[in-house]
Write a protein that binds this ligand. Structure first.
Ligand code: DC
Length: 231
């Protein structure tokens, strides 16, 4: 067993606005683990490409951005080239562009090592689309967290309103459905529930209930596992 596989990883994958980020962050806090929001990396590439006016077809320039992202994660704050971009990357425009450029295998490959470096003792909770399938295939617990598209649109709407951002619920639902389709149908690392991932449908669950379920599953798999975590 290599060092990485000794560090417990909880991989939570799922569609846009399913609440996986909120749940993952809460579980990480509860366990005192590190947290990686892998979608933020794709959104950062999208934001930088917008700032640099790079065309979506210019894969070489986009890959270059992905490889050389100058980003800092400091608790809830994300900085890109020394500017705080925590809210800038959350716009629908940035999410749609992130989903488009995430279909390029070169860009995904350029972000792989950066994501794996987050796997540090005492453990990692991460969320995205391919955390369990590609980035952390040895994760001790893999979860596919989802909810109906309508509920996700409502949640995203509430989130944007709370941040003081403008939004229309019908447009959000349409964007979510389009993004699901693109994320599911791309040839590299498509969004799907792996055969080794547990399904967590949060359509009628509160955040606290979803968090509780993940912690309960984690305790269950930890009790069965033989490895000694590194502290
Ligand atoms: O989770 P999110 O909405 O912040 O992600 C934005 C986009 O980034 C998403 O539509 C697809 C892409 N993404 C990906 O392809 N793989 C990941 N592990 C995370 C996000």
């Amino acid at each position: 067993m290599n060092t990485i596989s000794q560090i417990p990883v909880i991989a939570i994958d799922g569609p846009s606005a399913s609440g996986k980020g909120t749940v993952a962050q809460l579980v990480a806090q509860k366990l005192g683990f590190h947290y990686l929001d892998s979608g933020a990396l794709y959104r950062l590439v999208a934001l930088k490409s917008m700032h640099s006016r790079i065309d979506i077809d210019d894969t070489a320039a986009l890959t270059d951005i992905a490889r050389n992202l100058n980003v800092t994660f400091d608790h809830d704050e994300i900085s890109l080239d020394d500017s705080i971009v925590t809210n800038d990357i959350r716009t629908e425009k940035c999410g749609i562009l992130a989903s488009q450029l995430a279909a390029y295998p070169q860009i995904r490959a350029a972000l792989t090592d950066r994501q794996r470096k987050f796997c540090q003792p005492p453990g990692l909770v991460t969320d995205g689309r391919d955390m369990g399938s590609v980035i952390f295939p040895d994760a001790i617990l893999k979860i596919f967290l989802t909810a109906s598209a309508e509920i996700r649109a409502q949640r995203r709407y509430k989130q944007l309103m709370e941040k003081g951002m403008d939004a229309n619920i019908c447009d959000l639902l349409e964007d979510i459905q389009k993004r699901d389709e693109r994320d599911r149908n791309r040839s590299t690392a498509p969004l799907m529930q792996g055969t080794d991932a547990r399904l967590l449908d949060t359509t009628s669950l509160t955040i606290a209930q979803a968090q509780e379920k993940v912690l309960c599953w984690y305790n269950e798999v930890r009790a069965k596992s033989t490895f000694e975590p590194i502290h």
